[in-house]
Design a binder for this molecule. Sequence first.
Ligand SMILES: Cc1cc2nc3c(=O)[nH]c(=O)nc-3n(C[C@H](O)[C@H](O)[C@H](O)COP(=O)(O)OP(=O)(O)OC[C@H]3O[C@@H](n4cnc5c(N)ncnc54)[C@H](O)[C@@H]3O)c2cc1C
Ligand SMILES: *[C@@H]1O[C@H](CO)[C@@H](O)[C@H](O)[C@H]1NC(C)=O
Ligand SMILES: *[C@@H]1O[C@H](CO)[C@@H](O)[C@H](O)[C@H]1NC(C)=O
Ligand SMILES: *[C@@H]1O[C@H](CO)[C@@H](O)[C@H](O)[C@H]1NC(C)=O
Ligand SMILES: *[C@@H]1O[C@H](CO)[C@@H](O)[C@H](O)[C@H]1NC(C)=O
Ligand SMILES: *[C@@H]1O[C@H](CO)[C@@H](O)[C@H](O)[C@H]1NC(C)=O
Ligand SMILES: *[C@@H]1O[C@H](CO)[C@@H](O)[C@H](O)[C@H]1NC(C)=O
Ligand SMILES: *[C@@H]1O[C@H](CO)[C@@H](O)[C@H](O)[C@H]1NC(C)=O
Ligand SMILES: *[C@@H]1O[C@H](CO)[C@@H](O)[C@H](O)[C@H]1NC(C)=O
Ligand SMILES: *[C@@H]1O[C@H](CO)[C@@H](O)[C@H](O)[C@H]1NC(C)=O
Length: 589
Amino acid sequence: MYTALALIILFRPIAAIVERSASPNFCKCSVHTHCWPNAQVWDEFNTSVSGQLIKTQPLAIPCYPGPQRDEALCAIIGAQWSSATFQSDSPVGLSYPVNLSCPPINVTAGEKPKVCSLGTSPVYAVNATIPEHVASAVNFARGHNIRLVIKTTGHDSLARSEGTGSLEIWLRHLRTGIKYQEFFLSSHDCHETRWTSSTFTIGGGYTWTDVIPEARARNLVVVTGGTPSVSSIGGWMQGGGHGPASRQFGLGADQVLEAIVVLADGSIVTASPCQNPDLFFAIRGGGPGTYGVLVSATIKAWPMLHVAVQHLTISSLTNDSAPLIDAVSILFNAFPDLNDAGYAGYGSWSLASGYGGQLYMFNQTVQYAKNAFDTTLRALSPYNGTALNISISYGSYPDYWTFYTSESGYEPPVGTSGGGLGSRLFDRASVQNITALREMIGIVTGTPKEMAFNNVELVSGGHVFADAHDPYSGVNPAWRRSYFSNIVSRAWDKDTPKAIKAAIQHDITFVKTGAMKMLSPNTGAYMNEADRLDPEFERNFYGSNYERLARIKVKRDSKSVFYCPTCVGSREWEDDSEGRLCRRRERSL
Ligand SMILES: Cc1cc2nc3c(=O)[nH]c(=O)nc-3n(C[C@H](O)[C@H](O)[C@H](O)COP(=O)(O)OP(=O)(O)OC[C@H]3O[C@@H](n4cnc5c(N)ncnc54)[C@H](O)[C@@H]3O)c2cc1C
Ligand SMILES: *[C@@H]1O[C@H](CO)[C@@H](O)[C@H](O)[C@H]1NC(C)=O
Ligand SMILES: *[C@@H]1O[C@H](CO)[C@@H](O)[C@H](O)[C@H]1NC(C)=O
Ligand SMILES: *[C@@H]1O[C@H](CO)[C@@H](O)[C@H](O)[C@H]1NC(C)=O
Ligand SMILES: *[C@@H]1O[C@H](CO)[C@@H](O)[C@H](O)[C@H]1NC(C)=O
Ligand SMILES: *[C@@H]1O[C@H](CO)[C@@H](O)[C@H](O)[C@H]1NC(C)=O
Ligand SMILES: *[C@@H]1O[C@H](CO)[C@@H](O)[C@H](O)[C@H]1NC(C)=O
Ligand SMILES: *[C@@H]1O[C@H](CO)[C@@H](O)[C@H](O)[C@H]1NC(C)=O
Ligand SMILES: *[C@@H]1O[C@H](CO)[C@@H](O)[C@H](O)[C@H]1NC(C)=O
Ligand SMILES: *[C@@H]1O[C@H](CO)[C@@H](O)[C@H](O)[C@H]1NC(C)=O
């Protein structure tokens, strides 16, 4: 028995090597392999996509020696680098690249260019403007066994819109219109969602910046990201999608009533409760870039709201970090009750800057909101004026979009190869034991030298819990009982030595996210804002839906035309030392 097992283990690598050279589909084709299509084949493909094929090059190439060097252009690129929109406007622009393989150079500051390469960016991109371009690109990638990447905005921080030596389907310019329906009628007489009020049908790579004016003009609310530059029906929605209105009206994925999807076989199909219900389930929160390419989706629109807002800031009056940790623990402990009372919101804290947050309630008066915070205020008050400076103010907005543009809608700077990030969802039980909670808060807050930063998002509860019984929801079930998510991050810069980066990543994955997992063992993490190196991403990002999603993945994409790291089925694949995507050698026993 033991001997047989040992033999299997011993011979496994040899068998894999044989298979690698024998089976053409063991690795995807890359630029340097003989199976890569020649120039004529690419030209023919270009013709089939109406000449929309782009040979990509690094965004900051004008900063580097060579024929394209242009100092003035380099300065312009440098000045716009941290704009999410600037990055989105390039087929290879990324908000949070894993590796910055061609950083912009600030000549004024005396920076000298080192090396510039495409790195993990795709080598070709189809600038798709109609769904048929998407289908052609899928067919081409499948037919030639080429690694495929889908990108709308490039906001992803888990490397899911990157891929060395790949062909990209770039959806930024797929804009077939945003159509309003006052009373929803499904495209094929499907009544199962029972939604009869207003909808918007979003045709392609629009961001919320594009959709919000359409809703606002009709005095309606749609659930968007807190940041409007994320795409509306791409990764944000397919991974779950939270925002300022999600407690009130549900997650982004829960808004979708039907969708049009380009599948791995190149067909363009409708996904709804009546047509391809498995696909409908999977794209509504079961992860982006996995089952097909969404080219359209119809979402719910809701009646206008008025808003009461609270601003809370907490700063330390001494050098002792303990009172700040106490105060954050009091807030975490109170979040489930505050949320049940109607509150949602965001907060962030660090040792250097204290805590700052904003909570809000819809369709309630400021007085009602104040009363709902009373118990929490009483717990915080003893610290005020002695160890902490606690300041609270209230305000109100007559309508949701005035609130959104003033209080949310913030575009953080992007473009740097960040650092480590991990997150966790918290249910009521996980924040009950104040002693254990305080220990966890202490660990994620970290030491002054670590410069850790935490973001807490009280975006669940309410309608997110009520949608738990949606039979077509692929969202991580942990969302249906977790009130909030906490994200812990630590940054590094491009000159940080490798060993220090590794130590930071280890601290994030195992110490800080580890502490959150220990406190909240039965929940999971929000896949769109999670640790890309989570060793148990299947369980944490997808929960009990994983097996069902994995079956849909096999059924809909048996050849793995679609791949992205941490996506369903991705453990079957790995990057090899030559930058190729290959089937993983060691299979779990
Ligand atoms: C500045 C910023 C703010 C954010 N704010 C929020 C927030 O408020 N709430 C929140 O929930 N998340 C937020 N996020 C996280 C966000 O949800 C993820 O980054 C998400 O991946 C973005 O999706 P995207 O389509 O815009 O990005 P992309 O990088 O273009 O795509 C992300 C993933 O989706 C896939 N994809 C994109 N389009 C399609 C498509 N049409 N069909 C199939 N697959 C597709 C890609 O292949 C990739 O796997 C934020 C991120 C950033 C950078
Ligand atoms: C594709 O065709 C268009 C139009 O002919 C051309 O401008 C473009 O450079 C071509 N792309 C590639 C990669 O050759
Ligand atoms: C480049 O460096 C100069 C001088 O240090 C600074 O003033 C400028 O803001 C920098 N530009 C960018 C785009 O970072
Ligand atoms: C990032 O770049 C470094 C140095 O070139 C390399 O060692 C590392 O593997 C790269 N990481 C990824 C995820 O590509
Ligand atoms: C992509 O296509 C759009 C629409 O045709 C066009 O406006 C845009 O310039 C193209 N972008 C690139 C980089 O080719
Ligand atoms: C909120 O109040 C507005 C009027 O200000 C009303 O139209 C809307 O239906 C209310 N929404 C909810 C969810 O109570
Ligand atoms: C806090 O620390 C700083 C720097 O270490 C020191 O200068 C300051 O005196 C300290 N303040 C208090 C109140 O202890
Ligand atoms: C307390 O915080 C408020 C708001 O941030 C600020 O205006 C005030 O000056 C602070 N007071 C002290 C004593 O630090
Ligand atoms: C904290 O104390 C300051 C100064 O005494 C006071 O102005 C402020 O209102 C107090 N904060 C709260 C939340 O009670
Ligand atoms: C609360 O957590 C602490 C620290 O982890 C633990 O020692 C204690 O037993 C817990 N209390 C309860 C009631 O579970």
